[in-house]
Write a protein that binds this ligand. Structure first.
Ligand code: BG6
Length: 484
C-alpha cells in the first residue's frame, strides 16, 4: 500500500538551535525525508538560527553531513540532497542579545505560514519568545514548537507556560512529546476508535490489567549531566508513558480534533490516584566488567537517581476502577522493546473443565521495534485425544500489512513537524495537560526524596530490579518478558 502524501502549504520554518544535536539527528533529516516524499513545496524555506557565526554554505554543509549520517542511501538518490539544501539558509542570532534579529526579520515572508522551532535549552524559551515579539517578527498566527523537558515539576512548568503565554496564545504553542508522533501510538487511537471489536471489552469488567513497558538498552553515557538531575520518572514517565496511558484509558473523543482529544486525555490524568510508596520500585544499573555502571556514566558516585522505575497506578473512574495499570521503563535493560499489553480477564466459566493450557487473551501493541499488534487467542490443540487448548497469536506486523519495510515508517519528528505546518495540535500537549501530569508526579518524587529512598541495583542487560517482579507477583500477576 502506497501511503498518501498531502503536500503542505508553503512555510518559513526557523530552527533556533539549528546547529545543535536534535536539529542534526532529527529535525533536518526529518524535513529531508518529507521533502523526498513530495510533501514540502518548492517555495518553503528553512532557516537555521544559532549563536555560531556560520553562513548559508556552512549551514548547508552541516545539514548535508547530518543527512548523510541519519538518512539511508535509498532516499539520497539523484540530486535530492542538493535540491533540498537550496531551501536552507542561516542567520546568526543571539537569544540573549540584539544581534541577528533584524536579519532574521528580513528573511520572513509576509503571508506565509511561520513556525519557530525552539530546539534550545528551556532557559532560553522566554528570551526567544520575547525577542520574536520585540522585533515584530512573529505574526499572530505564527507557531512555536517547544521540546521537552517542559519543566521539572509543577511550579517550573507553570512558570514556563506563563512565560510563553506572555507572547503566544495556546493555539500557537506546540509542545512536542515525540511518542505521540510514533506511528504505532497513533495506531492505538485507530485500533480503539475505528473498530467495533475492542471498545465493548475496553473496561474493568473485561480487562484484568494493563502493562506498559518502555525498555531501552542504552545507558545514560553522554547525557549524564542532564539525566542525573532528571531520572526515569521525569525523563520518561511524566511525559511519554503518561501519554500512552492516556491513549489507552481515555474515553472516545467526540471528534478527532485537537481539543476534543486533549480534553479526554486530561480527564484521565485527573483521575489518576496517587501512587502508594509500596507500589513503586526504583532501580539503578550497576556495571559489569565490560560495561560502566550508572554512577560512572552519570559521573556522580553518590547519585541516587533512578535509571529504572516500575509502578502501579489506578485510574479512578467508572471505566477503570479495579483494573491496575503497571508501568515500567529503564535504561540498560536486556532488550529494546516497548509494548502496551492489555491483559483480559478469564472467561466467566470454562466449559472445558480444568483442562490445562488456558491462558488469558492479551492484546499486545508493540511500539518498537517490529511495530505491530498481536492478539493472543485460545484454540484447540490439533489432533485427536481430547480437548486440549493452546494459545495462538493473531499477528499483524504494521510494516508487513502496509507493505512498507521498517525504514519506510516515518520517524515521529517528520509527522510532528508537518502537523505544525498544517496547524494541527492533536498530537501535541496542551499546557494544562503538562501541568496535570506534573501535579501527579510531584508527590511521588517528593515521597521518595523525603524517605531518603535509594534505588535498587540491577545488572546491566537484565530485566530490572528483582523488587519490580514483586510488584505484580503480590497481585497474582507477572510481567511480560522483555524481548525484541
Ligand atoms: C527521550 C528521553 O525523550 O526519549 C530519552 O529523554 C529516551 O532518555 C528517549 O532514551 C526514548 O525515545 P525513543 O524514541 O528512542 O523510544
Amino acid at each position: 500500500m502506497v501511503s498518501r502524501v498531502i503536500p503542505v502549504e508553503s512555510f518559513d520554518l526557523v530552527i533556533f538551535g539549528g546547529t545543535g544535536d536534535l536539529a542534526r539527528r532529527k529535525i533536518i533529516p526529518g524535513l529531508f525525508r518529507r521533502y523526498v516524499a513530495g510533501q514540502i513545496p518548492e517555495e518553503a524555506r528553512i532557516v537555521g538560527a544559532a549563536r555560531a557565526e556560520l553562513d548559508d554554505q556552512g549551514f548547508r554543509a552541516l545539514a548535508a553531513e547530518a543527512i548523510g549520517e541519519f538518512v539511508g542511501p535509498a532516499k539520497r538518490e539523484g540530486d535530492a540532497v542538493e535540491r533540498f539544501l537550496a531551501h536552507l539558509s542561516y542567520v546568526a542570532v543571539d537569544a540573549k542579545g540584539e544581534a541577528g534579529w533584524s536579519a532574521l526579520k528580513a528573511k520572513m515572508r509576509p503571508g506565509v505560514t511561520q513556525a519557530f522551532y525552539f530546539s534550545v535549552a528551556p532557559a532560553l524559551f522566554g528570551d526567544l519568545a520575547e525577542r520574536l515579539h520585540l522585533h515584530g517578527i512573529a505574526t499572530p498566527e505564527a507557531r512555536i514548537v517547544v521540546e521537552k523537558p517542559f519543566g521539572r515539576d509543577l511550579a517550573s512548568a507553570r512558570a514556563l507556560n506563563a512565560t510563553l503565554a506572555a507572547h503566544f496564545t495556546e493555539h500557537q504553542i506546540y509542545r512536542i512529546d515525540h511518542y505521540l508522533g510514533k506511528e504505532t501510538v497513533q495506531n492505538l487511537m485507530a485500533v480503539r476508535f475505528a473498530n467495533i471489536l475492542f471498545e465493548p471489552l475496553w473496561n474493568a469488567r473485561h480487562v484484568d490489567h494493563v502493562q506498559i513497558t518502555v525498555a531501552e538498552t542504552v545507558g545514560v553515557g553522554g547525557r549524564g549531566a542532564y539525566y542525573d538531575k532528571s531520572g526515569a520518572m521525569r525523563d520518561m514517565v511524566q511525559n511519554h508513558m503518561m501519554q500512552l496511558l492516556c491513549l489507552i484509558a481515555m474515553e472516545a473523543p467526540y471528534r478527532f480534533d485537537p481539543d476534543a482529544v486533549r480534553d479526554e486525555k486530561l480527564k484521565v490524568i485527573h483521575a489518576l490516584e496517587p501512587v502508594r510508596p509500596e507500589d513503586i520500585v526504583r532501580g539503578q544499573y550497576r556495571g559489569t566488567k565490560d560495561a560502566p555502571s550508572y554512577v560512572q556514566d552519570a559521573e556522580n558516585q553518590s547519585s541516587t537517581t533512578e535509571s529504572y522505575v516500575a509502578l502501579k497506578v489506578n485510574v479512578a473512574n467508572w471505566r477503570w476502577k479495579g483494573t491496575p495499570f503497571y508501568l515500567r521503563t529503564g535504561k540498560k535493560l536486556r532488550a529494546r522493546a516497548s509494548e502496551i499489553a492489555v491483559v483480559f480477564k478469564e472467561v466467566p466459566h470454562s466449559i472445558f473443565g480444568e483442562e490445562e493450557g488456558w491462558r488469558e487473551n492479551v492484546l499486545s501493541i508493540r511500539l518498537q521495534p517490529n511495530e505491530g499488534m498481536t492478539l493472543s487467542v485460545m484454540i484447540k490443540e490439533p489432533g485427536p485425544g481430547g480437548m486440549r487448548l493452546t494459545e495462538v497469536p493473531l499477528d499483524m506486523s504494521f510494516a508487513e500489512a502496509l507493505g512498507a519495510d521498517g525504514a519506510d515508517i516515518p520517524d515521529a519528528y517528520e509527522r510532528l513537524i508537518m502537523d505544525v505546518i498544517r496547524g494541527n495540535q492533536t498530537l501535541f500537549m496542551r499546557g494544562d495537560e503538562v501541568e496535570a501530569a506534573w501535579a501527579w508526579t510531584d508527590p511521588i518524587i517528593a515521597g521518595w526524596e523525603g524517605r531518603g529512598d535509594r534505588p535498587k541495583p540491577y545488572d546491566a542487560g537484565s530485566s530490572g530490579p528483582e523488587d519490580a517482579l514483586m510488584l505484580l507477583h503480590r497481585d497474582g500477576r507477572r510481567w511480560r518478558e522483555i524481548r525484541e
